[in-house]
Design a protein around this ligand. Structure first.
Ligand code: ADP
Ligand code: MG
Length: 678
């Protein structure tokens, strides 16, 4: 046994077969290939064009899987390797040199050399010393004064030297070169071969693939590839060592966290977007407009709805009036438990209040027409109407005081002889002077009258029921009215209710009505009047209107999203070669996908934030403009949480969805196809 036999084989190929699938047929390229390469060897794999050399190169570089057989690298089985381990191997164990150099055209010499240090991104990033190493390698390869040049500013030989420096960066034990001199003139080719020889002398294993006999002759050993069969120039039988089934393990520092990967791919994503600045900005415009539209439409929709609903509430739309009458047409057979002869405060109203929590205020309403009010020598009887109510009535019907105050619970409880006048009646009775504190006399029925003290005057009130004449009414405690009025006049056939604004007026009306119908059976007829139908319809219309606006806004956002999606697809297609190269140098598919996703997320987030700001500005501008045309509308800052939330949600959704397909395409990209693409 010679001494070299004891060296552990670095590469051990055993009964390797490979074929490409073309139109469903298998085309055999490599057949029963067996060879061993030991650490420290300088080997040429030589054969005519099309003989399968590059195919073998990709298999040895763990970029292609053999159909059958095995390839062991440093004792680890490549054919059973996980994608992460393969990425790690390509990055740390093999240095690739390609015929077409495959440098990034927009990166400087130094950045090109540093490229492998960025990968795999699942490992902690390299420290600053890697930069020193790259500069030193560049100097060693005669590129010391070219560090900040771009590949297009270099000769072919110089470009190949950059590629060799890149292959040396991670100190891989094996250098795999596919036709490294194929694109060079003979002088440069000789220089490159000299470099390889020196590297080999320093102990590195070098495998050079070439069709050129001259190149092959400079290597220590030649493996001939012809018609898919490999023969060894050393003519030594391949040594059969026991093959282990061990697989390459990735270091323990390998991170599986998506968040960590996202933060590590972010700088690359940002760099890419900045490089294609104009295109990025134009694409972002679509999202800016979309998000601004969504934000503004939702905000304005809600704002308008709120203002209109407020207007309705001021008219008393949450109010309902319950009326009940004895049923005169009832037949003798219609027996009932209770006879309806007006509502009672203690049983009817108290239980209604208890049963319907949506009731906010409730007041009995006793009223009579054609009353006369007298004060001093003056007497007014036209349209004067007397109401017996309680302290909650003002809130129900939106009565505000111009002067004095409204009835209090004390007045109601103690049957105080007090009253509140409508504004018009007050000026008629007491022209030119304050009526608060004055005494007036009001007729209740034709023959009865009550003296009372005026404690307040209501502000002029608008009513959508003009016949109601709210400004010539007199309000007094219903308890007084009941005590003084005639038998019929003192019966309560009406009461008014205000429901809480969030509850459904129509529904409350229905429930209250059926409650009384059940309670009194056929002995009474009950009606509940609301102005809620109009409100409900308006509310429904406004909601549909706002939804429609929002839908249109979303449509524009969708268009923006499609724009980003297209740009990302184009960008992936444009970068096929670059992505392939990054994968060959150790980027995992997952990190490639992540970077594309990050690009679209960054694009959408920046555009989205600008969009939110623009939407906010547009909303405020429109509200400001509206205050110039709509009286009483006040300018205000509208911060609509729903709009913000929707905008942010949309940004993230659009970002992820528009990046998903391009990201998957980038991830699936076959490295060799990408590298072969011209
Ligand atoms: P070499 O590098 O020795 O010139 P290759 O390994 O590139 O040869 O190719 C070997 C053979 O495989 C060629 O005949 C080529 O046409 C064929 N081949 C290469 N790539 C593919 C592919 N993706 N699909 C089908 N056939 C391929
Ligand atoms: Mg080739």
């Amino acid at each position: 046994m010679s001494e070299s036999d004891e060296v552990m084989p670095l590469i051990q190929v055993a009964d390797l077969n490979f074929g490409y699938q073309v139109d469903g047929r298998q085309i055999e390229i490599l057949r029963h290939v067996n060879f061993t390469i030991r650490a420290g060897e300088f080997v040429a794999i030589q054969g005519p064009s099309g003989s399968g050399k590059s195919t073998l190169f990709y298999i040895l570089g763990c970029l292609l899987e053999p159909t059958s057989g095995s390839v062991h690298f440093d004792g680890a089985d490549l054919t059973r390797m996980k994608p992460e381990a393969a990425a790690f191997l390509r990055n740390r164990r093999v240095g690739f040199v390609f015929q077409q150099f495959h440098l990034l055209p927009r990166a400087t010499v130094l950045d090109n050399i540093l490229l492998p240090a960025k990968y795999p991104q699942e490992l902690p990033p390299a420290g600053r010393e890697i930069r020193e190493r790259a500069i030193e390698l560049a100097k060693r390869l005669g590129l010391g004064d070219r560090l900040h040049h771009f590949p297009s500013q270099l000769s072919g030989g110089q470009q190949q030297r950059v590629a060799i420096a890149r292959a040396l960066l991670t100190d891989a034990p094996l250098i795999l070169a596919d036709e490294p001199t194929g694109n060079l003139d003979s002088r440069s080719a000789a220089e490159i071969m000299q470099i390889f020889a020196e590297l080999n002398a320093q102990g590195r294993t070098i495998v050079i693939i070439t069709h050129d006999h001259e190149v092959a002759k400079r290597c220590q050993r030649v493996l001939q590839v012809r018609d898919g069969v490999v023969t060894d120039s050393a003519a030594t039988k391949p040594r059969h060592v026991a093959l282990s089934s061990e697989t390459l393990k990735v270091p323990l520092t390998w991170s599986k966290s998506s968040l960590q990967l996202a933060t590590r791919t972010l700088p690359g994503a940002l760099g890419n977007l900045l490089r294609t600045r104009t295109k990025s900005i134009l694409t972002m415009l679509g999202i800016v407009i979309g998000i601004a539209a969504v934000q503004a439409m939702i905000s304005l929709g809600e704002f308008t709805k709120d203002r209109i609903m407020e207007g309705f509430e001021a008219l008393g739309v949450n109010k309902l009036v319950v009326r009940g009458y004895p049923n005169w047409e009832r037949r003798a057979s219609d027996e009932t438990k209770r006879e309806f002869a007006g509502f009672s405060v203690d049983s009817d109203l108290a239980s209604v209040r208890r049963i319907f929590p949506e009731i906010r205020y409730l007041s009995p309403v006793l009223s009579s027409w054609q009353n006369t009010a007298t004060a001093g020598g003056r007497s007014v009887s036209e349209n004067v109407r007397l109401r017996g109510v309680n302290h909650e009535y003002a809130a129900i019907t939106n009565i505000h005081m111009a002067e004095g105050r409204w009835l209090t619970p004390y007045h109601v409880e103690h049957r105080s002889l007090v009253c509140v006048l409508g504004s018009e009646l007050a000026t008629q009775l007491f022209p030119g002077q304050s009526s608060v504190g004055q005494m007036i006399t009001v007729t209740v029925d034709a023959d009865r009258s009550i003296p009372c003290r005026v404690i307040g005057v209501a502000r002029p009130q608008k009513s959508n029921q003009e016949w109601n004449r709210p400004n010539t009414q007199i309000s007094m405690p219903y308890t007084v009215y009941q005590a003084v009025g005639s038998y019929f006049a003192s019966r309560m056939y009406q009461f008014a209710v205000q429901v809480r604004s969030e509850s459904d007026v129509e529904l409350a009306a229905k429930k209250i009505k059926s409650y009384f119908s059940l309670r009194y059976g056929k002995s009474g007829r009950f009606m509940v009047d609301t102005e809620g139908t109009l409100v409900a319809q308006t509310k429904r219309f406004l909601t549909i209107f706002a939804a429609l606006l929002t839908a249109i806004a979303f449509l524009s956002l969708l268009v923006g999203g499609i724009g980003i999606h297209n740009m990302m697809l184009v960008s992936v297609t444009e970068r096929i070669k670059e992505i392939g190269l990054r994968k060959a140098l150790g980027a995992t598919s997952r990190s490639i996908r992540m970077q594309v996703l990050m690009e679209s997320l960054v694009l959408c987030s920046v555009a989205g934030l600008i969009g939110i700001a623009a939407g906010f500005a547009a909303t405020e501008l429109m509200i400001f403009a509206a205050t110039k045309f709509v009286p009483k509308l006040k300018f205000e800052l509208v911060i609509e949480p729903l709009a913000m939330l929707t905008a942010v949600g949309s940004i993230l959704t659009v970002g992820v969805f528009s990046g998903l397909v391009p990201a998957r395409r980038a991830e699936r990209l076959q490295v060799i196809e990408a590298l072969r693409a011209e």
